[in-house]
Design a protein. Sequence first.
Length: 431
Amino acid sequence: MTSPRKPAESRQAVVDLAARHVAAVITGIEFADARDFVDRAAGTRAFRQLEAHLSDHPDSLVSGSSDAPIPVQRLAELLSEAGHSTVVVPRCLRCGKPKELRHIVPGGRACESCYLHFRHRAPCSRCGRDRPVRGRDEQQRPLCATCCRGRKVENCGACGRLLRVAARRDDGAALCPNCYHAPESRCHSCERTAPTYAHTDEGPICKGCYQRPKRRCGACGDVRGMDCRASAEEPDICGRCRARRKRACLICGTFYPANPLARQPVCLPCRDAGHILEPGLAEPADRTRRRAHETTHDALRNKLSDLLTHSDHGIPDQLAPLIGVFDTVPRPANVMNWLQKRGSGPCLLRELALRAHTEPITHELLDGYPQGYALHRARDLLVHAGILPERTELLDRVDVWLDNLLREQPEHHAKLLRPFASWQALRRARN
């Protein structure tokens, strides 16, 4: 863990100090380049945490240890993508994949998928098995998923086995899930005749078309799919908060499913009244959280501004239309999810924003990057914003793919395949 340090006088001094740590560990990197990488990875608030960890753990960029804060993870990823082979990107302690490691667990950090196996794992109070916590009983004791579903079992009136009760016949006999068949009706979404999974305002809906209603969770405040509906005593609870242990609010004393990392828990009504969480829980330095009064378009605009803004030069004029054009996009959540993911997509936009201050953004410039989903999605965004002209993307993409393919082939093979592909296959497809 990083030890607390005395804050430096300014952000400039802290970034320069962190750049010196990077230049001392990574061979062949200039100080100006190291400072640029540190500036991009630290953002506006995480620069002190980045410098403190590099000072306490000089080998954190080459050891691959998962016990590294998110700014150090981002810095290692940027250096690795820039071609510094000695840098090892931190990997999840459990699955070993280079994902975003937000959760601190014993021995290091874990990704979102593996976090349940560390934080929310405990012996079930009913069956005694050590499994992920799915819910809690009246005494707040943990329950696994099986015990949450099978709280009532009886002998089935059809097969006679002792199983969970799914429904009852007219005579009151129980039916297990294997013997019960839901009534079929016409789904209002896909218009197929299938077993009815739920009844909505528009009509019956099948299981394949049903989506859990998204509302604001009464515990964490995020807009998510609800697992527990609101009652007279409890608010709507999402699936993440349902497995959390209830703790007393520091302000009003109400018991609610609290964040396990909160040392001073504050319930949602008190947070809405003006009482905030601890600084580390209220707003992570690398995540754009959506406020209660914000729309998805507002959150998307703020996220794009953070990606494209340079600390000294601001947003480049070439990419300025990219922010305003998404105010009317029909599905902003899809773009927001892509920008929130840790991968080469947001890093590519950030690098294009840096290059846009000195050179024009063209299709030829994008063709020089590794061809993948992130590049294709970024190109689509730039074309949609009017920054790049439209082109026959599927055909023009073949030329770049062919160059990369033939670069690794023998020269006599390339001399044979390139004229055939250019003058026969591609010419016929364009005409």
